[in-house]
Design a protein around this ligand. Sequence first.
Ligand code: GUN
Length: 292
Amino acid sequence: MKLLDGKYVSEKLKVEIAEEAAQILATTGRKPHLVAVLVGHDGGSETYVASKMKNCEKVGFKSTLVRYEDTVSEAELLKKVEELNADVDIDGIIVQLPLPKHIDPEKVTERIDHRKDVDGFHPINLGRMQRNLPSFIPATPYGITLMLKEYGIDTSGKHCVVVGRSNIVGSPMSILMARNTTPGNCTVTICHSRTPDIKKFTLDADILIVAIGKKNFITADMVKEGVIVVDVGMNRETSETTKSGFKLYGDVDFEGVAPKSSWITPVPGGVGLMTIIGLLKNTLASAKKEVY
Ligand code: GUN
């Protein structure tokens, strides 16, 4: 068993990103600029957005956090998005999900100018990604492809089973793994909450990507010997023994599954750190006008 080490890969890629940011600053006098919009006080969202902002500073980007109480109206939020779209000093805009029930996330996602949509959630970016055209790729799937690439993992012709079909991870991940790209060229199966007997599929997976949001959902009896496992799970449980006040669990029972795996991501220290890299690379690409 070998570890797909998100800490190692993310630190290495951050150095490269910081070098490019420094070059942009030297030639244009400006830093790549990411704006994050955070509505309400969801514990997970607070942590993720704080980490995104901190990492922007680390690589020499400018970052701005726009905060609203969860009572903000949809109209007010949409107006803010339009303001950010029009601001030429901004390269990337993200609106952290989930949003309160009275705000339609689809409306907000589609209002963001697709040329600043560094989350890659806009239908234009999703469509362009599927066609293999230049686009912003959703940060978590993008980060996973960067990690597979870094370790030189050959995915061509393999059976990739994606567990979970979310707009943020499972669905775009399945598109990327089926595309004629490296990594990619897989035969892809998507399993989800309505799939009867998920084990039947996971047992046949050469590559298993799990983003279902359930602690220890994948157990040793559900995988075959030599499987490559990517665990996207970020299940937070409150803990009195940790500094942060919570402990993070993946969707995969690491103890049981790791001995059967050829490669596996740990949680924490795996995919979560790579998500930030995906976001930073999209913001950099936007600042360099590489996509649009
Ligand atoms: N919520 C969970 N993951 C993400 C993400 O990558 N981007 C945004 N905007 N919200 C999220």
